[in-house]
Design a binder for this molecule. Structure first.
Ligand code: G1P
Ligand code: ZN
Length: 544
């Protein structure tokens, strides 16, 4: 094997976003583009010579080609070993599990999560550290800076590796081990949950479930865990085959993109429990028969019921939620007498809290929930957590949620997304709001009085690092909130996200439609920010 040092010129657009670098496949396919970014990752790291790197992805188009390139660059840069999922597959939570289990130096995950896949769609790459979690901001920024100055990269001229068979091979001095992408993760789930109780429920004949893998990575995981280890009937897992373009669908488990599952769950003979996961397996959507559970409620309910699950039977150290996530989990933390942390959007901010043992569960309103078992959000884990609760409580999903609202009150919640708007307009809207935070405080709009308004800034309690400009918060005196931020994961134009929330304790209103309960606040969210003026949009594209 020879190592080639290839001259290159920098690309100006390789700054990682909320979750790694995401671009169109065509952008990644430009000569040197992927190589520059991978070399910049390696250049930002120290001490990996002879160490192990984990690589895998969500099965989307260009994963397999990218794995071959990364293997050759890892060998040329001096890694001792690469552990990769067979077929270049590893769900994001499984990659986190494998990095931790085999004490790897770090990992590279090939995924653009819930973004569409295929030759004309999206690709993504991100680096995870030895704790199994997304690299902290100081590392992603270092990668970006190095990418701006790069002028060469190192790559082996070895032939392609067989990535479809298990076992060890050699590339120069480096060992390449192809592993079963599912086994380690499935074993871990079996350790965390009460599989006996869950097996009984699934085999009881009075309970049925459907899991929509959306032709993405969780298909093989869900088949192994639900249909094999938990003996759910064959066919429980829908769209179980991972496809490079996800069958042309948008692999995002929400009411807009998981339409088939949603109509199945609203049909007359609906299953008792429905769930879905996204492209790379870290998101989850939870449904009951004729019932939708918001991710914010789901986090709160998992926290309130955690002691029913073997892994969390001793209680929770604390919980955390991203700032735009509803305050439902805060109420549970209050009752349990544990800490609740509010972090910026993005899983990377939970890492330090998890590593320091300050929290056990955490989540985001964007269909992400997780715990200290790995350092990524984990879709199938959340589904199994719910299944475990259902098996112990022997109530329906709707009964459990309504019960929760009776006890803690409900944080009525909705998110309105304005997708693909012009970047200039979106930036101007945010700048305008930012400039007005001072004057908004104290103002009254109809029945709402602004108690506090700011641009959210976060100081990590573990390493004292600060992240500012994380979203405009308008906090009202009745506990309601409106939050505005721009997406950091999109690949086209800008996406404005508006998060609207209000506590409700009136038992007569608890079960009403959120869009109705929040109607005044929704109008206010559009007028205060002059959304139509800045974006030209009268209504949002996606409401969740
Ligand atoms: C979105 C979600 C965020 C999540 C991220 C990665 O980021 O809002 O909660 O962590 O995807 O799954 P955004 O596009 O809003 O920056
Ligand atoms: Zn994802």
């Amino acid at each position: 094997m020879n190592i080639n040092t290839v001259s290159t010129t920098a690309f100006a657009d390789q700054r990682p976003g909320t979750s790694g670098l995401r671009k169109k496949v065509k952008v990644f396919q430009q000569p040197h583009y992927l190589e520059n970014f991978v070399q910049s990752i390696f250049n930002a790291l120290e001490g990996f010579r002879g160490q192990t790197l984990v690589v895998g992805g969500d099965g989307r188009y260009y994963n397999r080609e990218a794995l071959q390139i990364i293997l050759k660059m890892a060998a040329a840069n001096g890694f001792g070993k690469v552990i990769a999922g067979r077929g270049a597959l590893l769900s994001t939570p499984a990659a986190s599990c494998v990095i931790r289990k085999y004490k790897a130096f770090g990992g590279i995950i090939l995924s653009a999560s819930h973004n569409p896949g295929g030759p004309n769609a999206d690709f993504g790459i991100k680096y995870n550290a030895s704790n199994g979690g997304p690299a902290a901001e100081n590392i992603t920024e270092a990668i970006y800076k190095l990418s701006l100055a790069i002028n060469e990269y190192h790559i082996s001229d070895a032939p392609d590796i067989d990535i479809d068979n298990l076992g060890q091979q050699k590339m120069g001095d480096m060992i390449v081990e192809m592993i079963d992408p599912v086994a380690d993760y499935a074993d871990m789930m079996e350790q965390l949950f009460d599989f006996d109780a869950m097996r009984k429920l699934l085999g009881s004949g009075t309970f049925s479930m459907s899991f929509d893998a959306m032709n993405a990575i969780t298909g093989p995981y869900a088949r192994e865990i639900l249909e094999k280890r938990l003996a759910a009937p064959a066919g429980t897992v829908l769209r179980a085959e991972p496809l490079v373009d996800f069958g042309g669908a948008h692999p995002d488990p929400n009411l807009a993109h998981a339409k088939e599952l949603v109509s199945l769950m609203n049909a007359s003979n609906a299953p008792d429990f429905g769930a879905a996961s996204d492209g790379d397996g870290d998101r989850n959507m939870i449904l009951g028969s004729h019932f939708y559970v918001t991710p914010s409620d789901s986090l709160a309910i998992l926290a309130a019921n955690a002691t029913l699950v073997p892994a969390y039977a001793k209680g929770l150290a604390g919980v955390a939620r991203s700032m735009p996530t509803s305050q439902a989990v805060d109420r549970v933390a209050d009752v349990l007498g544990i800490d609740c942390y509010e972090t910026p959007t993005g899983w990377k901010f939970f890492g330090n809290l998890l590593d320091a043992g300050k929290i056990t569960l955490c989540g985001e309103e964007s269909f992400g929930t997780g715990s200290n078992h790995v350092r990524e959000k984990d879709g199938l884990w959340a589904v199994l957590f719910w299944l475990n609760i259902l098996a112990v409580r022997k109530q329906s999903v709707a009964e459990i949620v309504k019960d929760h609202w009776q006890k803690f009150g409900r944080d009525v919640y909705t998110r309105h997304d304005y997708e693909g708007v012009a970047t200039d307009g979106a930036n101007a809207l945010m700048q305008d709001l930012r400039a007005r935070t001072g004057e908004l405080a104290g103002q009254t709009f109809g029945s709402y009085r602004v108690e506090h308004c700011d641009d959210f800034s976060y100081t990590d309690v573990v390493d004292n690092s600060t992240s500012s400009q994380q979203g405009i918060r308008i906090l009202f005196s009745n506990g309601a909130r409106i939050v505005y931020r721009l997406s950091g994961t999109g690949t086209e134009g800008a996406t404005l996200r508006v998060y609207i929330e209000q506590p409700e304790k009136d038992p007569a209103k608890l079960e009403n439609d959120p869009q109705l309960l929040l109607s005044e606040l929704i109008k206010l969210s559009a007028s205060v920010a002059h959304i139509e003026n800045y974006t030209g949009r009268h209504v949002p594209d996606v409401i969740t």
